[in-house]
Design a protein around this ligand. Structure first.
Ligand code: SAM
Length: 278
C-alpha cells in the first residue's frame, strides 16, 4: 500500500475506496495534491496554538494538510454523509485532533466546539461561499470569534473582496471585507488544480480582523446601504438610494457626498458616514 508523507493513503485511493464521485450540487471540486493543500494551510500562519474551523472537508485533502501543518485542533463541518468514513480515518490517525460535524454549515453553529484563538480555513463550496463570508463579516459585535479567514473562492469573487473604489469589481463584498478587516489575495489556482476541474480559476483570500472597526457604524445598516447602493450600481446615488429615504439628496449633501456620485466611487469611510445618517 502506498502512503503519503502524512502516513495516510493518497487522496485518489481514498476517493476510489469510498466511492466519492464529486457531486456538482454540493459544489464538489476536490484538491488532491497534498503539496498544494499544505501551501494553502501555510497561508494562514502558525496553526499550532489555534483551533481551525473548516467548512466542507470532503475527502479531507485540506483537512490533512491543516493537521500535518500542526493545527491544535480542526473542527470540520461537512454536509455529504458519504465523506464521513474517510474523515473518520483521518480523525483516528490524528488522535482525536479532528472533530467532524455532519450537517449544513448554513444551519448549524460550530462555535460551541471551538476554543480561541480560531482561524477559519476552507475551500468553500461555491454555492454558499459568499453567504458564509458575509455572515462571518457582519456580526453585530466586533471583534468576531475568528482571528483570520483563509478561503478559496472563484477568482472573480476573490477580486471583488479586495477591490478598491473606482474599479469594476468594487462592491458589497469589498466594503464589508475592508471595513473591519484587511483582505488580500495570497494564491492563484488554475482550474486543473481541482478534480473535477471547474470552468474558472480560483484564488485564496486571506482576511485578518482588525481589533476594532476602521470607522464606527452599525453593521446591519451598513449592509443595507451598501446592498441598496450596489443593487443599481450604474445609477447615481440620489436614485439608487431613494428607497432608503425620500430625502436622500439632502442626506447625501449633509455629509458632503455629491448625490450624482455612483456607488463604486464611495470609499468605505464614506459608506460608513452615510450609514450613520439613517
Ligand atoms: N475541502 C475539500 C477539498 O479542498 O478538496 C472539498 C472542497 S469542495 C469545493 C466543497 C465541500 O463542501 C464539499 O465536500 C461539499 O460536500 C461541502 N459542502 C457543500 N455544501 C455544504 C454545506 N452546506 N455545509 C457543509 N459542507 C458543504
Amino acid at each position: 500500500m502506498t502512503v503519503s508523507a502524512d502516513g495516510l493513503p493518497p487522496l485518489r485511493e481514498v476517493i476510489s475506496k469510498h466511492a466519492l464521485r464529486a457531486q456538482k450540487s454540493l459544489g464538489q471540486n476536490f484538491l488532491l495534491d497534498l503539496n498544494l493543500t499544505g501551501k494553502i494551510a501555510r497561508q494562514a500562519g502558525d496553526l499550532s496554538k489555534c483551533d481551525v474551523l473548516e467548512i466542507g472537508p470532503g475527502p479531507g485533502g485540506l483537512t490533512r494538510a491543516l493537521l500535518y501543518e500542526g493545527a491544535r485542533r480542526v473542527v470540520a463541518v461537512e454536509r455529504d454523509e458519504r465523506c464521513m468514513p474517510a474523515l473518520a480515518e483521518i480523525s483516528d490517525h490524528y488522535d482525536g485532533r479532528l472533530k467532524v460535524i455532519s450537517g449544513d454549515a448554513l444551519a448549524l453553529d460550530p462555535t460551541q466546539y471551538l476554543n480561541g484563538p480560531i482561524k477559519i480555513i476552507a475551500n468553500l463550496p461555491y454555492n454558499i461561499g459568499t453567504e458564509l463570508l458575509v455572515r462571518w463579516l457582519t456580526p453585530p459585535q466586533w471583534p468576531p470569534y475568528w482571528d483570520s479567514l483563509t478561503l478559496m473562492f472563484q477568482r472573480e469573487v476573490a477580486k471583488r473582496i479586495v477591490a478598491q473604489p473606482g474599479s469594476k469589481a468594487y462592491g458589497r463584498l469589498s466594503v464589508l471585507a475592508q471595513w473591519r478587516s484587511d483582505a488580500k489575495i495570497v494564491m492563484d489556482l488554475p482550474p486543473q488544480a481541482f478534480t473535477p476541474a471547474p470552468k474558472v480559476s480560483s484564488a485564496v483570500v486571506h482576511i485578518t480582523k482588525c481589533d476594532k472597526p476602521k470607522f464606527d457604524c452599525n453593521a446591519k445598516m451598513l449592509e443595507r446601504v451598501v446592498a441598496t447602493a450596489f443593487n443599481q450600481r450604474r445609477k447615481m446615488l440620489r436614485a439608487s438610494l431613494k428607497s432608503l429615504a425620500p430625502d436622500i439628496e439632502d442626506r447625501l449633501n449633509a455629509v458632503g457626498i455629491p448625490p450624482t456620485e455612483r456607488a463604486e466611487q464611495l470609499s468605505v469611510e464614506q459608506f460608513c458616514i452615510l450609514s450613520n445618517q439613517f
